[in-house]
Write a protein that binds this ligand. Structure first.
Ligand SMILES: Cc1cc2nc3c(=O)[nH]c(=O)nc-3n(C[C@H](O)[C@H](O)[C@H](O)COP(=O)(O)OP(=O)(O)OC[C@H]3O[C@@H](n4cnc5c(N)ncnc54)[C@H](O)[C@@H]3O)c2cc1C
Length: 463
């Protein structure tokens, strides 16, 4: 690796680490990529290959006109992503989704990196904080970061800054809540620090509705824990809602669905039970259902949660879950270029930053690579526009998400600013604000146009 520029060390040769290494090397910065497999394995990976897909072979929707992950695909392609190039080269038929032949995909990522003159791949675990003379490091060790490194990160960042499990409550698009039924109020109208007394969205249930809802939770189909997840003792603090429901008819009414301190403005009384939603992002376009982490199947969640009064037409930005997942509290710990504030030589990328999914992890890998390359070459790292999917994800994890409730997040249009007020459509001769699909299309077009300006390339029309 003959170069006068000192190398950047990337730890973890998964999706994010491979993307970061490729981005750095293509910017002219040498990289040493450290991957512990096959010397040491994880509970989910099966091979020694770089960028192994641990479960599904799908990168989800490839629709760049109306789907946020499709927009992210297209942005990554335009940024020169290796993960998307290999995905496109090894795609298998999957309707409007981008699904890949996992072996061909991983082999291509590995061979491209092995062939790059500025990339050196070293196999072995990094079992503590990187040595002090590594002055620029990207940690991209993923949801199954080896325990020794996870503990070192935890001791550097503080015990409540690294989680070993996610406990994801479903997240709803605010504009899909029915405010003829739901209302804004904090319990006992308490403003708390920084609130207004109207910080939560509340959905009321009468006794019949509550008992039917509890029964629906109990009857719903659930996902299984992996064997190695089931034996990890982290569950008491973040118990799935259906497990709480199974402990007694009133357990939820004394737990996350307690109605005290809340008055339904339609009746002037306290409801039998209340589902509360808490603001999830600074734009207030997303609210999470408080305490509703769940192992219910995704289709079941939509069906059962839409029986909650006020959520009949809820659109979900993401559904609930509970998984083994190592991630840091990025909104508290990282600066805008993904550096650890207390030790800026360390950057983070991928799922460990609290994004969720193959494509999102790759996206943060690409950004970390760009930022580290700029820094190494003496340039100012430039953040992508806030209106792009890349910019929305980055802003979410580096400051806009609430650090108190931070949980891993997929890309979705709620992370992007709403369309300009001036954007309206005419229906039956009347101008009205954009909604639903029309709104997503405007956000998608704006994202790609702004990305092109940022990249300094002519605007591209995509078929
Ligand atoms: C069981 C499971 C199933 C999942 N299924 C899906 C799915 O179907 N679809 C989806 O979109 N997302 C899925 N995810 C979520 C996530 O998007 C993927 O895990 C994704 O691979 C994350 O990319 P990453 O690069 O951050 O981490 P990874 O791809 O896991 O890469 C991290 C790499 O770091 C290495 N490593 C770890 N510790 C060290 C160390 N100390 N030293 C050196 N190397 C180290 C690992 O061996 C690994 O190769 C799943 C996660 C898990 C745990």
């Amino acid at each position: 690796m003959p170069s006068s520029i000192a190398p950047v060390h990337v730890i973890g040769g998964g999706l994010a680490g491979s993307e970061a290494a490729w981005t750095l090397a293509n910017s002219g910065v040498p990289v040493i990529l450290h991957e512990m497999r096959p010397v040491r394995g994880t509970d989910a990976h099966k091979t020694g290959g770089l960028a192994e897909l641990v479960c599904s072979n799908s990168f989800r929707s490839d629709d760049h006109e109306a789907n946020a992950v499709g927009v992210l695909h297209e942005e990554l392609r335009r940024c020169g992503s290796l993960i998307l190039e290999a995905g496109d080269a090894h795609k298998v038929p999957a309707g409007s989704a981008l699904a890949v032949d996992r072996d061909g995909f991983s082999a291509m990522v590995q061979s491209r990196l092995e062939a790059h003159p500025l990339v050196a791949i070293e196999r072995g675990e990094i079992d503590g904080l990187p040595p002090a003379d590594w002055d620029s490091v990207i940690i991209a060790t993923g949801p199954l970061t080896s325990p020794a490194l996870a503990e070192a990160i935890q001791s550097r960042t503080g015990s409540d800054s690294l989680a070993f499990f996610d406990a994801i409550a479903p997240i709803v698009h605010t504009d899909s809540v029915n405010f003829d039924v739901a209302w804004y109020q904090s319990r006992y109208d308490k403003p708390g620090p920084g609130g207004t007394g109207k910080d939560y969205i509340n959905c009321p249930l009468d006794q019949d509705q509550y008992e039917t809802f509890v029964q629906a939770l109990l009857d719903s189909e659930k996902m299984n824990f992996h064997e190695w997840e089931a034996t990890t003792p982290y569950f008491e603090g973040c118990m799935p809602i259906e497990v709480m429901a199974s402990r007694g008819l009133d357990t939820l009414r004394y737990g996350p669905m307690k109605p005290i301190g809340l008055t339904d403005p339609r009746t002037g009384r306290r409801a039998h039970a209340v589902v509360q939603l808490r603001q999830d992002n600074a734009l207030a376009t997303l609210f999470n259902i408080v305490g509703f982490q769940t192992k219910m199947r995704h289709g079941e969640q939509v069906r059962v949660f839409r029986t909650i009064p006020g959520l009949e037409n809820a659109e979900f930005a993401r559904l609930g879950g509970l998984h083994r997942n190592t991630f840091i509290n990025s909104p508290r710990l990282l600066d805008g270029s993904l550096r650890l504030k207390v030790e800026p030589r360390l950057r983070f990328a991928g799922q460990i930053t609290g994004v969720e999914g193959y494509v999102e992890s790759s996206a943060i890998g690409l950004l970390a690579g760009r930022f580290a390359a700029a820094e190494r070459l003496g340039r100012q790292p430039e953040q992508p526009p806030r209106t792009t999917a890349l910019g929305g994800l980055l802003a979410h994890i580096t400051g806009e998400a609430n650090p108190e409730t931070f949980q891993p997040m997929n890309v979705n249009f709620g992370l992007l600013p709403p369309p300009d007020e001036a954007e309206t459509i005419t229906v039956n001769g009347k101008r009205r604000k954009l909604k639903g699909l029309d709104r997503k299309k405007v956000q998608a077009r704006r994202a790609l146009a702004d990305l092109d300006l940022w990249l300094g390339r002519p605007r591209v029309a995509v078929e």
